[in-house]
Design a protein. Structure first.
Length: 174
């Protein structure tokens, strides 16, 4: 019996590492595809990060590191690529979640994947709504609102994971 449980443990670890490798591989392929298929993305990304400077947070005495012109037309290419990445990686997490169910992964792994799915789709939506579409706020205010929303989205992701874990723990174990 000790051998069979060790074999199951080895098979389980193999399946989990395979799912992790597929996920990491897709991440790198997706990133590479975005840079290949989006003309000028590499240069625009470098320009985007080089434009960072300490700028005052609106309506406060605080200065923080942000792009000089966060919503400029030249940054739209970077934001569009980020949006596409978020949506594609979020949809890919549906595949990962299906693989986790097929591989009979632990509930905690499924909850993590569901939380990641919510995060990536939500992040894509926030990029779309706050960085690519016009808003009623100034450019710098919108930049900080975006990051506040990302922090709130992280909280939502943790709540989704907790709900899944709580729902499965309340069932009697067989």
């Amino acid at each position: 019996m000790g051998e069979s449980s060790g074999t199951l443990s080895h098979a389980y670890r193999y399946r989990e590492s395979l799912i992790g490798a597929v996920s990491a591989g897709f991440f790198l392929i997706l990133l590479g595809a975005l840079f290949i298929l989006t003309p000028g993305l590499f240069t625009r990304t470098i320009d985007f990060f080089e434009s960072f400077q300490f700028t005052p947070v609106p309506n406060t005495a605080i200065s923080w590191f942000a792009p000089a012109t966060p919503l400029s037309a030249s940054n739209r290419i970077v934001y569009t690529a980020v949006e596409q990445f978020c949506y594609a990686f979020g949809v890919f997490h549906v595949v990962i979640l299906a693989l986790r169910f097929a591989a009979r992964s632990a509930t905690s792994k499924k909850a993590d994947t569901a939380g990641n799915l919510v995060f990536w789709i939500g992040a894509g939506y926030l990029v779309s709504r706050l960085l690519l579409e016009p808003t009623i706020w100034s450019h710098l205010t919108t930049w900080y609102i975006f990051w506040a929303a990302i922090i709130a989205l992280i909280g939502v992701t943790l709540i989704v994971r907790a709900i899944i874990l709580a729902a499965t723990m309340s069932r009697p174990m067989v």
